[in-house]
Design a protein around this ligand. Structure first.
Ligand code: CA
Length: 752
């Protein structure tokens, strides 16, 4: 007995020393070395739980800059509660805390302290930095709160600055001197007038002195400030060897709800208890995919990408005193029961992030889809880019992709009737913001395409609308609505109207039906969105064989895919008038016209699987995975974009990708790891093995699914959910005979 106990104790100690946990592979700094001109991800090191309402990040950039944390910066200005989904959309309802040692400096320009990356620890559950002034600051977080731990050099004065930004703010020190409450209203539009983020924070030592800065002017002794722009300083008297602990939370509903969130999520618990809980949650979620492979760097990239796949959309709901989910609607300013989500651009995330959730988090998908229907009821439109309400950004009706994809995969517990009503309404009307409703719907319905230059980005819109119409058609079919099914099915072929066989590319037409001249497939902007015809010509997710037919057949389509990688990365800036960062990133990749740094082309390599050359997909996918991703601050080849560029990697590394959300299947690529075990929510496991896998052996020689020969270039959603083993044998030369039969090809609307 004694011996056994000792053995167990030894094992536990041994494991805790040697076993690397899933979260240890995550580098939250991946992608942070970005600037306005060039993006290596445009990410920030979020301390956050999966889909949390509030994220926290060190702030190196000026207040109001979208580049909140840039790896190249050398000073820290604060630690910030952030809701930023992207630097291009920027933040809302943000505020920051900053410990100041010695002389009192309040504004973000004055209080900056230099730091070195070697003194920084960045994980999903902890950010810690010892700044050059010897102040040691640590943050850990919950869904709606955070705990700060600050150690100051003892002999100097010890301040904490609460920066409530501009845009309308209030801060007040409570009579107890151990609490500050207030609100911030900063945002970039798209919210009702009563929008506010109510904050509350508690300190473990009393404030001995305070003051307020209003519009840059200091008012010592003041305990309350309410103005467009305010910050508050708090001075503490902390015994030697002791830390300042700040417990903070917020609410979009009310000050009382903020207090409830603080007590429920943090309460009496210590910094370490909250941090351990957060670490455990991350290990549980990251551990749903177990990677076994000797390549440690690839595992760092994989889990860093998985972390980013699990951050957005943010939860926008809170739990009331009866433990019921409630939320403030950023659409009509009212309080509702139920779930709400925000900070997502579906133009990016419909492609892989939301399909990923349908496999691993169907209960999340169900809540998100119902929230889309609720947004339709509250605002008259499905959201397309929400932060936190409708934002006029990007194109398409890709919200319908989320709904159709969920529904076809059996995630059906939402108001389907309302959803179909919303689909019809949203595709036959226009919202106040250009992103919602359907820009150019009258012309699209009449002409079968959106004419240019009557409408900006008209060809990109036509292509996305056609795919969206296929999604609606499928959903209507499921609802038994044959009329809507037929109508939208017909419209889903509208992509054909803008394909010019003379050039072999998608082009723009004017309202008279004439091609817009001159045409150059390397010209960006104009009828396209953040891309050129080289990138948009592939945007026929639902009908790659129909597209191939237009090009002269699957072999011709494979030739064109080949060309994309060998032509020069030339470009014309087009209507942008300057080199937008996406152009600079494409040129830097040196992969011809393939521009993995932006979303429109991210499925294109997989289209080889619909041709006579599936092995070419295997080659290029492995090339992209190994050349264009690494776990460093320069780890992405363009904007990461709310998990999309990460989810591409997560799927591709597992060996498949959802080319056409709305069709319950995934197209096969080149599995990166020797073994991946997917732990599914139904308790089953799906294992992908790649025998003889290596950096050279990127080609599939043969495959077996559950011990039966497997020739298909796709795997169905049910095959994954049923559990089992998909076993590949890899080699350094392509097997040019595998997967060539017509029935091996993934879904296309057009059959041969
Ligand atoms: Ca992008």
């Amino acid at each position: 007995m004694k011996f056994k106990l000792l053995t167990i104790a030894f094992l536990i100690t041994h494991l805790s020393v040697s076993a690397k946990e899933f979260v240890d592979y995550v580098n939250t700094l991946m992608g942070t070395n970005s600037t306005y001109e060039f993006s290596y991800g445009n990410t920030y090191p979020a301390v956050a739980r999966p889909w949390a309402m509030n994220f926290w990040s060190p702030q190196t950039g000026p207040n109001r800059s979208g580049w909140m944390y840039a790896y190249g910066d050398t000073t820290i200005r604060g630690f910030r509660q952030t809701h930023q989904p992207s630097p291009w959309i920027n933040d809302y309802a943000t505020f920051s805390l900053m410990p100041v040692s010695g002389d009192l400096k309040v504004s973000h320009k004055d209080r900056r302290v230099s730091f070195k990356h070697e003194n920084e620890v960045a994980t999903p559950y902890l950010y810690k930095v010892k700044m050059d002034n010897k102040v040691d600051a640590q943050i850990t977080s919950t869904d709606r709160g955070a705990v700060f731990k600050v150690a100051y050099p003892h002999k100097d004065k010890k301040y904490l600055i609460v920066d409530a930004y501009d845009g309308g703010s209030m801060l007040e020190l409570a009579e107890s001197n151990k609490k500050v409450t207030g609100y911030v209203k900063n945002n970039n539009g798209g919210v009702p007038d009563n929008f506010a983020n109510y904050l509350t924070m508690e300190f473990n030592y009393p404030v001995v002195n305070s003051g307020v800065m209003i519009n840059g002017e200091l008012f010592p002794g003041k305990r309350k400030g309410e103005h467009n722009q305010i910050a508050m300083y708090l001075e503490f008297d902390i015994p030697e060897g002791k830390d300042l602990i700040v417990k903070v939370a917020s609410s979009f509903i009310s000050p009382e709800q903020a207090e409830l969130n603080l007590q429920r999520e943090i309460g009496d618990r210590s910094f370490d208890m909250v941090m351990e809980e957060s670490k455990k949650i991350w290990n549980e979620n990251l551990g749903r995919i177990v990677v076994e492979d000797p390549n440690e760097e690839n595992k760092r990239v994989f889990y860093s990408c998985l972390y980013r796949t699990l951050l957005f959309p943010r939860s926008f709901y809170e739990f009331n005193a009866q433990d019921k989910p409630v939320y403030y609607s950023p659409y009509d300013g009212k309080i509702y029961d139920g779930y709400m989500f925000t900070d997502n651009g579906f133009w990016d995330t419909f492609r892989a992030v939301h399909p990923f959730f349908t496999i691993f988090y169907p209960e999340l998908t169900e809540k998100i889809v119902q929230s889309l229907v609720d947004v339709y009821e509250q605002s008259g439109f499905f959201p397309e880019w929400m932060s936190p309400g409708h934002r006029g950004c990007m194109i398409g009706n890709n919200s319908v992709s989320l709904i159709a994809d969920a529904w076809i995969k059996g995630i059906t517990n939402f108001d389907q009737e309302k959803a179909l009503e919303g689909m019809i309404k949203t595709t036959n009307s226009r919202g106040r913001e250009t992103s919602v409703g359907r820009h150019g719907f009258e012309e699209y319905n009449k002409l079968g395409y959106v004419p240019y230059p009557n409408f900006s980005e008209a060809t990109a819109k036509t292509l996305e609308y056609a795919y969206n119409d296929w999604c609606i058609s499928r959903f209507a079919e499921g609802q038994g609505n044959k009329e809507v099914q037929a109508d939208y099915q017909k419209k889903s072929m509208n992509y054909k109207n803008l394909f010019d066989p003379a050039y072999g590319f998608m082009r723009a037409k004017n309202a008279k039906g004439e091609w817009i001249e001159p045409f150059d497939p390397v010209e960006w902007g104009g009828p396209f969105t953040e891309g050129s015809s080289w990138h948009y010509t592939w945007s026929v997710f639902h009908d790659p064989l129909g597209l191939a037919k237009l090009m002269g057949g699957p072999e011709k389509m494979a030739d064109k895919l080949d060309s994309m990688f060998v032509v020069a990365p030339d470009y014309k800036v087009g209507t942008y008038g300057f080199v937008i960062h996406e152009i600079a990133e494409m040129v830097a990749l040196n992969m011809g016209q393939y521009a993995h740094g932006n979303q429109p082309v991210q499925h294109a390599i997989y289209l080889y699987n619909y041709t006579d050359r599936p092995w070419k997909a295997q080659y290029h996918l492995r090339d992209v995975m190994t050349k264009l991703y690494n776990s460093s601050p320069k780890g992405y080849c363009g904007d990461e974009d709310n998990g999309q560029t990460s989810a591409w990697y997560v799927f591709s590394a597992m060996g498949f990708y959802p080319v056409c959300p709305g069709q319950p299947e995934y197209v096969i690529g080149s599995p990166l790891f020797q073994k991946v075990t997917m732990k599914l929510p139904n308790g089953k496991e799906f294992v992908v093995k790649a025998d003889k896998n290596s950096p050279e052996n990127v080609y599939i020689q043969k495959a077996k699914l559950n011990n039966k020969n497997f020739e298909n270039n796709f795997i169905t959603h049910d095959q994954i959910l049923n559990g089992g083993v998909l076993e590949f044998v890899m080699g350094k030369n392509p097997n040019m005979k595998r997967g060539l039969k017509k029935e091996n090809r993934p879904y296309s609307f057009t059959k041969e």
